[in-house]
Design a protein around this ligand. Sequence first.
Ligand code: NAP
Length: 257
Amino acid sequence: MGKLDGKVALITGGNSGIGFAAAKLFAAEGAKVVITGRNSATLQTAAEELGANGLAVQADATDPASADKAVAAAVEAFDGLDIVFANAGIVAPTPVGGTELAIFEEVLKVNVTGPFFTVQAALPHLRAGASVILVGSVLANAGSPGRSAYSASKGAVSSMAKVLAAELSPRGIRVNTVVPGATRTPIWGQTTAEGMAQLESVLGRSIPLNRLGEPEEVAKAALFLASDDSSFIQGAEISVDGGAGGSPLGAPIYRQS
Ligand code: NAP
């Protein structure tokens, strides 16, 4: 018996990285899964891997009409919604003194406006006991240079999740946030294994567990929040970051030996 038997999940950004790992895991646990993204090629590949339990919908997270379209497709195909994993996100450098308005606003639109309107679109169709999961980042609180828009957007996600939890509690809908640290996905822009290994050798030294996370490790936390195993968890955050957020001074760069 799967942890999500009989449930229907909408996963934005389900054609790559953490979202795709979650789509596969949720489907393996018995859910019907609707994934969104903009890239039709990766959407199709992901849909083929999900098979009859999956449906891919091309939808831009910055466009509320697109969110409505994705929700409508999910409801038509699978009759209702139980889980929203508002995962789609982008990162872009926005150093102060050298940033165009358009890129700053794009990051906020995808990462903040997107999840809000995804949840709003899903709301009329969410069944009692539904679970909404947003995606924050360890960078919300890290003071990482050149990341004003991204860090602000993820801080906003964490704040917004608490408001949504308050607003949706009367309907028995839970809203929680998974907070990844550096995770091995295409978001880092590395196209080769060597490039990724080099990045990891640098980044890992600032992570107590001395490595990047795997998208499947974040997906497992999302599964916990999506399932009834977390039935009394509301307005909470789960960090999946190898200790980077909670115990940063345990990182290899600070070790004496
Ligand atoms: P990823 O592999 O690049 O996936 C990002 C996903 O978001 C893709 O499926 C992408 O699909 C989708 N997306 C981006 N812009 C979109 C838009 N305008 N409309 C619809 N979909 C859009 O990166 P990831 O690491 O899995 O990221 C997933 C989430 O985790 C993001 O919110 C990210 O900020 C967060 N996160 C990641 C890390 C990390 O180190 N990887 C750490 C902390 C937090 P299309 O390109 O097809 O649109």
